[in-house]
Design a protein. Sequence first.
Length: 138
Amino acid sequence: MKVKVRAVIMIDGRLVVVRESRRGGHMHVSLPGGRVKDREALLDALRREVHEETGLDVEVGRLLYVCEVFSVGMQEVNLVFAADPVEPVDSDGLELVDLELGMAPELMPPILGEIAQDAANDWRQGTRWLGNVRVPTG
């Protein structure tokens, strides 16, 4: 089982996402973050991964979601935290998704609907357990 940390970073009301290549070269869009290394603290891993993928230094906030992703031959636990840039951000060079337009790419983990709903409600919801958010196909 892999443990991954992800960040929900909002800039000017839009969600920061990154494009990644998975095994086999398939591109997908994900929340910034990634795998926690052995003996690495969760928040350190999140700050490291966000910086590697976006160039942003972030202050990590509260835990928003916990979810599992089961797929053929793999299982991940994703811990999704709120995060804010430490310094003002020039959004050029970042990929941003406007949650209000409803025209967002498929996101990994697939929790864009939850993020949009909670953002629209000013994040009043506490930490949420989402269970398995991806049902394997095939």
